[in-house]
Design a protein around this ligand. Structure first.
Ligand code: DGJ
Length: 732
């Protein structure tokens, strides 16, 4: 049970239903989304919130506004531009005869169980006059309290219908105040949490960058009613668009004080014309709700992602050493085999060879050449990738490799062979970014090339079991030599469909390979791409202090097991900041632990510490990767402290991470109360991941009840800058 608070979180209060109206319930274990539709009338949203035992009262509930100020279209579940509708619509069409308005009415719906946990509901809408059809598809995930919504448009008009805007979902909520949490950023500073009170008008969060669309702003959001989102109480909604391309999320507070959340593909420069019978399918909006604050929203999404979204979501991830920051482009066979030797000695389980291994005529010795020419560089690696992969396996490790198959350097054989494959806008200049251009994945030939790149790389050795898929630029001056002149508006949509088509083919052929979603770090952190991947590279910024904030935000939506978090060297290569090795490990251990350094640089005590930390992580990772994350204290607070606790599903084990990110004072301690434990259980507390293996924390080795730890809490002796503690709790 998830609490019994009965605060009304009603989106809208329904007007009385006509006798032939249908009530449509999309329900999970704890959440109800209630619609009503009268054949030939509008489809309305009655309610979205805590599950209702009885929904029959909607048949005679009050209408909240006067019909002449807020007519029947004011509470539509999926409003189109047309009729008396003045807000930002979910759908905008131009019909074959040039008419620009659409008035959608409910026709019918059907509901079926997909399996014991999932129910699919499809609601059929149609224009009042035209043969223009909109199907709303909801999937309700009972145990996870997640509801996904997507939309399928088709028509039977004589001539083409132009779809100018087609959102995935349109949610209307009613409260006194609305607090939006969204995530702004840039390269190496992704996912910076911002919470703001919405004011009348429209707040827009969007991307028009085509690729790496999650880097500047993520499409995932939290919406809290009446107060800023808190962890363990209050009404919090979450949404995340499962789409890797341009998106637009609009939060519109209307003149009646209602909030309308419209989210989906960004309509910017993306009009798509469809002939009769053609379909346009939107990405899914992933929605969840809790009346117990945002921690439960996180649990819902993590459970859902591990079960239905991430590849291999029920398997713990290996500890990785990635070669990038340890070697960059500057390596040969010996450098790599030495790294493999050293990684093996540290207990690393997966060695990943990053950028720089390919290109002969245009060798990839820097970021200015070679992209597109995916043949091993014979000078650097004369015995090929197979040799290195076998070498890693002979040392007891697995082997992974980096690719960036959507891109091409002008200095490459590929750019000379297929200049027409490059994304380009007529005769305008190509604008390189990181010395590279984007390949046009709307073109099926390019899709084949990208698939074959992956396939051929995998064929280099049966011992390649991990691929890091990078993408280091945006799309600009866009256009396609493949698409016809009147189809250029399809580019943004078709690019992503082309990418997903390639991912599908890859996953069909290589279901077992681990694939990292890299994209310069943080550039593609969305459930659309994650569906084909095991994990994402959280940021190119490996500085642990910055990672605290980046990972915190990412882990509100995306599970820790998917968060590639690597310990790098000090001073940090991106920020120059120096941090203790323990602090760096403690931060990285909150996600999928890895190392991003030259292992030879870890000597003496540091080497011993790293070795022990990796061994410890293997013991703790089932709790971190497969358990529940309870946030205790945010790194975004100004107090210079932050902490989280991961609790195993059976509540028998927990791991606490606590950090002091600034100097407090010598005598100050950090008081925290834990969450998620079983109050009736007793837990043995051990401080772990200490430099000498011991602990001078007085609580170390003591047994505490779950009740004590959650109500009275602990006083942790950290107050110095960049000090941290990891506590392992096991049931006695
Ligand atoms: C950007 C990635 O995020 C890095 O980890 C690394 O793979 C480089 N690209 C390589 O060019």
């Amino acid at each position: 049970m998830k609490g019994n608070k009965t605060l009304m979180t009603v989106a809208m209060v329904s007007m009385a239903l006509a006798a032939n109206a249908a009530q449509i319930k999309v329900e999970t274990g704890d959440v109800s989304l209630i619609m009503d539709g009268e054949p030939g009338g509008a489809l309305n949203l009655c309610y979205f919130g805590e599950k209702l035992a009885n929904t029959s009262e909607f048949a005679y509930a009050w209408h909240i506004t006067q019909p002449d100020t807020q007519d029947e279209y004011g509470r539509q579940l999926y409003p189109a531009y047309g009729g008396r509708f003045f807000l930002n619509p979910a759908l905008k069409l131009t019909h074959a005869d040039g008419v620009m308005t659409t008035e959608l009415v409910y026709r019918s719906h059907e509901q079926k169980a997909i399996d014991a946990n999932r129910t699919e509901t499809v609601v059929h809408l149609q224009d009042k006059i035209y043969d223009a059809r909109v199907d709303l598809r909801f999937v309700a995930y009972n145990d996870e309290d997640v509801i996904t919504q997507s939309v399928i448009f088709s028509h039977g008009e004589k001539g083409e219908v132009t779809v100018e805007n087609i959102a995935s979902s349109y949610i209307t909520l009613k409260a006194h105040d609305y607090y939006l949490t969204h995530f702004h950023g840039t390269w190496a500073r992704e996912m910076q949490l911002t919470e703001e009170k919405l004011t009348p008008g429209v707040k827009v969060v969007e991307s028009k960058k085509g690729v790496r669309t999650a880097q500047s702003d993520n499409s995932a959001f939290l919406l809290s009613l009446d107060a800023p989102a808190s962890e363990y109480s209050g009404d919090v909604y979450a949404g995340a668009l499962a789409w890797t391309g341009n998106y637009k999320m609009q939060f519109e507070v209307d003149e009646a004080g209602l909030l309308h959340i419209v989210g989906g593909i960004n309509p910017f420069a993306s009009a798509i014309s469809l002939s009769a019978g053609e379909e346009l399918v939107t990405p899914e909006m992933v929605l969840t709700y809790s009346n117990n604050g945002r921690s439960e929203v996180t649990h819902n999404l993590h459970d859902w992602a591990r079960r239905y979204n991430l590849a291999h979501g029920d398997e713990v991830r290996p500890v990785v050493l990635n070669s990038w920051e340890g070697a960059y482009f500057d390596f040969d066979e010996k450098v790599i085999t030495d790294m493999i030797d050293d990684a093996a000695a540290f207990g690393v389980e997966m060695f990943v060879l990053d950028d720089g291994w390919f290109g002969n005529k245009f060798p990839r010795n820097g970021d200015n050449a070679g992209l597109g020419d995916w043949q091993v560089n014979k000078k650097k690696l004369p015995q090929g990738i197979g040799y290195l992969a076998d070498y890693a396996v002979s040392k007891g490790m697995k082997f992974g490799i980096w690719i960036e198959p959507e891109m091409v350097n002008p200095d490459s054989e590929l750019a000379r062979r297929h200049p027409e494959w490059i994304v380009q806008s007529g005769k305008r200049d190509l604008l390189p970014m990181r010395n590279q251009h984007l390949l046009d994945l709307s073109n099926p030939e390019v899709q084949d090339f990208v698939f074959e790149t992956f396939d051929n790389v995998l064929k280099m050795s049966p011992n390649i079991s991990y691929v890091k898929w990078d993408a280091n630029r945006h799309a600009d001056n866009v256009g396609s030599t493949y698409l016809a002149a009147d189809e250029q508006g399809r580019f943004w949509y078709d690019y992503i469909c082309g990418l997903y088509n390639v991912y599908e083919r890859i996953r069909a052929k290589y279901p077992d390979v681990l694939i990292q979603l890299c994209s310069s770090g943080g550039g593609r952190v969305d459930f659309g791409a994650l569906k084909y991947h095991d994990e994402f590279w959280a940021s190119d910024n490996t500085n642990a202090l910055d990672r605290l904030k980046i990972q915190y935000s990412e882990n509100i939506f995306f599970p820790a097991m998917a968060t590639a978090a690597h310990v790098s060297t000090s001073p940090n290569h991106q920020t120059g900041m120096m941090l203790p090795l323990k602090f760096r490990f403690d931060v990285a251990m909150m996600g999928r632990l890895g190392m991003e350094l030259q292992p030879k640089q870890l000597e003496g005590d540091e080497r011993t510490f790293a070795l022990n930390a990796i061994e410890l992580y293997k013991e703790l990772r089932p709790v971190i990767q497969l358990g529940d994350l309870y946030r205790i204290d945010s790194p975004y607070d100004e107090d210079g402290y932050c902490s989280d606790v991961y609790v195993s599903k059976d509540r028998r084990e927990a791991v606490v991470f606590a950090f002091s990110t600034t100097y407090h004072n010598r005598t100050q301690s950090y008081d925290i109360k834990l969450h998620g434990l079983d109050p009736a259980k007793n837990y043995l507390l051990k401080e772990v991941n200490t430099p000498d293996g011991g602990s001078w924390y007085p609580g170390n080795g003591k047994v505490y009840s779950g009740e004590f730890l959650m109500k009275a809490g602990l006083s942790l002796p950290i107050g110095g800058a960049f000090t941290s503690m990891v506590l392992h709790l096991t049931e006695q």
